[in-house]
Design a protein around this ligand. Structure first.
Ligand code: SF4
Length: 371
């Protein structure tokens, strides 16, 4: 049994019917409970919950303070390569786009890593497109080994691996994985992914479980906001996180809220998600999952990120560049998508302190687990 089997019990049409038929009384009942059920969660995602957004936000804020205090973990993405053999129609790195391709060598990776280290980062997320023939496990293991002395946590956002692949990554200093399902709707998923390994919906949706089985300490999931209808996508994301938190209770789970950004290829969101809808989604997920970290990246504007802070955000990227080699030199022509919040890490740190939050650069050290 995997989440793939579990999700079959929740056909999309039924989920959408349940969400859209939720009433004001359902929402009020959900808001009166200390611990909400999956039915309550559906009500909080519904249009009927929109007039209660302020109350949801206050409750989400209280839950976050109770579990996480006023701390925000800061991390930086580090793009190693924009090679990609997949045809995801929403992505600038898609094999469909005739863009310059670049893969960093180990010296350049270390140079980029040192820039981030100097800025204060101790948590780094290594990203590539999906081209296992060119960028395979050996390359990723070598990259992690090369920079592990600079960081207390290294996570990967790369192609999905088998359990043994993740074990190999752990042995080389990796402790986290980010893997977005993009959309939980299998039909839409098939239309968005024209070719390549990513076309395999089941293999992808089971990836966080393989990471958990291998013993990864952090796993991040999410759907790409703007593809599927956001209320049902939020519902499935919540179910997925619940499932993973029961099955891999030692692993710290996070949920991200990536919204489609301008990128090469010019893809436009099929179901645009407004700021208000994103706030609702975030609050509903916080109320369902009090222990799960919520991540907000520099895809979003500075103003929105500042306003979302109290609602449950526990991790933020800062000063991000989405092009391989972009920290050491100008590489805008290679970027995956353009970011919106271009403040420096120091500015973000300052802002967090001003708002009464503790910016955390390091919340973990592998040495703590050594015998
Ligand atoms: S989303 Fe990932 S797999 Fe798909 S085209 Fe972009 S980089 Fe490649």
């Amino acid at each position: 049994m995997s989440f793939f089997d579990d999700i079959q019990k929740y056909p999309l049409a039924d989920v959408q019917r349940q969400i859209n038929s939720s009433t004001d009384a359902d929402v009020q009942r959900a808001l009166s409970r200390e611990k909400i059920t999956v039915d309550d969660f559906a009500a909080l995602l519904s249009p009927a919950a929109l007039p209660h957004l302020e109350k949801m936000a206050q409750k989400a804020h209280r839950q976050t303070l109770k579990r996480f205090g006023r701390t925000i973990l800061l991390y930086a993405p580090l793009y190693l390569s924009n090679e990609c053999a997949n045809g995801c129609i929403y992505c600038g790195f898609s094999g469909e786009n005739k863009i310059p391709r670049e893969t960093l060598d180990l010296d350049t990776i270390e140079r980029e890593a040192r820039v981030l280290h100097k800025q204060g980062f101790r948590h780094v997320l290594l990203l590539t497109g999906e081209s296992p023939m060119k960028i395979g496990n050996d390359f990723l293991a070598a990259a992690a080994r090369r920079i592990r002395h600079l960081f207390s946590s290294i996570a990967l956002e790369v192609y999905p691996m088998e359990v043994n692949g993740y074990r190999e990554m752990i042995a080389n200093g990796v402790d986290g994985l980010t893997i977005y399902q993009e959309t939980y709707d299998p039909e839409l998923y098939d239309r968005m992914h024209l070719y390549g390994r990513k076309k395999d919906y089941k293999f992808r949706i089971e990836t966080p479980e393989r990471g958990g089985e291998a013993g990864l300490r952090r796993i991040g999931i999410g759907s790409l906001l703007g593809l599927g209808e956001h209320r049902s996508e939020g519902f499935y994301t919540g179910l997925h996180a619940l499932y993973l938190s029961r099955k891999h209770w030692r692993t710290h789970l996070t949920i991200s809220f990536p919204r489609i950004r301008p990128a090469d290829g010019g893809f436009q969101a099929l179901n645009p998600v407004s700021d208000r809808e994103m706030v609702q989604l975030m609050c509903a997920l916080r109320l369902l999952l009090p222990d799960v970290g919520l991540v907000m990246s520099t895809r979003e504007s500075a103003e929105l990120r500042d306003n979302l802070l109290p609602l449950g955000v526990t991790q933020m990227s800062a000063g991000s560049c989405t092009a391989p080699g972009g920290y050491g030199e100008d590489a805008e022509h290679l970027e995956q998508f353009s970011i919106d919040d271009d403040r420096t890490p120091a500015e973000i740190e300052q802002l967090l302190r001003k708002r009464g939050y503790d910016p955390v650069w390091k919340d973990w050290d592998a040495a703590l687990m050594a015998d």
